[in-house]
Design a protein around this ligand. Sequence first.
Ligand SMILES: [Zn+2]
Length: 218
Amino acid sequence: MGFESPVGCQAGRGGWLEYTPQNLDQFRCYFQPYLPPNVMAADLTVSSTDFTHLHPDYHLLPPRDLWPNLVPTLALLRYLMAVSGVSFQIHSVYRSSFVNSHSGGAAASAHMDCSGIDITPNTQPQKAIWLAKHIWYQKGASIKMGLGFYTSTRFHIDARAPHHPQKRRWGWGQSASVCQHHYNQHFSATLPDDIWPFNDNAALVPTPDESCGYSPSC
Ligand SMILES: [Zn+2]
């Protein structure tokens, strides 16, 4: 049985914005400045692999008031890519409460705030994963980083998720010294600070292009 895509909109956590060409254009325009290399705005419209597999014609967009929540997580993804040299496949970004409940998501899921992204490294998964864990230990507290593993290669990241006041992790348990050890095997220096995107907080406060037609209401 299929589900009808939702029409209209409902603002706030777990809400939705109707998947129309005009709304999709605004979504693309808004996120263009924040996209990591080789990631397209359309890649950010995937809500949940399992749900999409069962209901391929069901589409929605996150409500506009949640769009800024994704910007810090995209910055973290850019950093992961820049330091590791690895690209990632994106499996899940925003979930409405409806999609979340039909895909087994946690009630406190950062995906309902448009803050979580589930990814798999396209190459060198071990290298990318040790880097993610090392970042969590070294810098996670400063950005309230979430890092959760669903399989050995598929994992969740978020940063500054509105309903999570501190860093957290799930699905893995290596100590800081183990992560440091593995990081040292893959990378020659300490984490590069000069390209850490959270040094300039102003750059992470979205200033939407007026021509996008963005307004925080839905
Ligand atoms: Zn996730």
